[in-house]
Design a protein. Structure first.
Length: 252
């Protein structure tokens, strides 16, 4: 099955983000608006994720990081947490062959702490089965927290210093970057949050330092490839200066 839909041709972009981070928000609200349980919204969100992956493949995006379950999500109702654990595991099982057909590599960012062993096994199996693929990388962020990632990276660097393998005076940003969950992924160019909420919620704070933020009002289950392309169009219109500035006095 191709990721392309001939009836929905992709627009041409002269500037495409290499790495897109997505906070897939609004599943619960989408379901509640329809008189359904929150879990039904999560089920509908599975299709949206595949839609976005296919739309990203069409325009040449190199990587997508999807916020599937945060370290803060353990605070939710136990029934919803149980559902999400099983759902994340089962989505990988259901969709792995499709992602392989699309030449998509799956990687995992997150902590093993508290995570179901069956979920860990499925994530690691997906990594092994897709490690040779290179059209795009889908970074599944399951049991992920940005502050936690930075703490763990710092601990690894501190251990190297303690063992005499690293001079603390030679620690650079690249040193810390090398200890992140997925150090080979490029920095995030475009950070998308669905549902209209305007915060990053502890998602990839290091990697998103210079990302362009787009807060879409669309609830995640309603996200389509066209919605993605709209956000990329917005990204394309931004002037990314990375801290520099240009003197442009107004003409009177």
């Amino acid at each position: 099955m191709s990721f392309r839909d001939p009836s929905r041709p992709a627009p041409e972009f002269n500037k495409v983000p290499k790495h897109i981070a997505i906070v897939m928000d609004g599943n619960g609200r989408w379901a509640n608006q329809r008189g359904l349980a929150r879990t039904e919204g999560h089920k509908a969100g599975e299709h949206a994720l595949l839609e976005v992956v296919s739309g990203a493949l069409e325009i040449g995006v190199q990587a997508i990081s999807a916020y599937a379950f945060s370290t803060e999500n353990w605070k939710r109702d136990p029934e919803e947490v149980r559902f999400l654990m099983g759902f994340n595991r089962d989505v990988l099982r259901r969709r792995r062959d499709q992602l392989i057909d699309w030449n998509v590599k799956v990687v995992w960012s997150g902590s093993e702490k508290n995570l179901w062993k069956s979920v860990i096994s499925e994530l690691k199996l997906s990594e092994r089965m897709t490690s040779h693929l290179n059209q795009m990388t889908l970074n599944m962020c399951v049991n992920y927290g940005g502050r936690g990632e930075l703490v763990e990276a710092t601990k690894k660097v501190a251990s190297k210093v303690r063992e005499g393998k690293l001079d603390p005076e030679k620690i650079t940003e690249k040193t810390l970057q090398s200890q992140m969950f997925q150090p080979s992924l490029p920095d995030v160019d475009l950070f998308i949050r669905s549902s209209g909420e305007q915060r990053i919620s502890n998602f990839l704070p290091w990697q998103s330092s210079y990302a362009e933020m787009v807060f879409s009002p669309t609830l995640w289950p309603d996200f389509t490839r066209e919605t993605l392309w709209e956000t990329v169009s917005e990204f394309q219109s931004r002037d990314r200066r990375f801290g520099s500035a240009k003197d442009s006095p107004a003409q009177g």
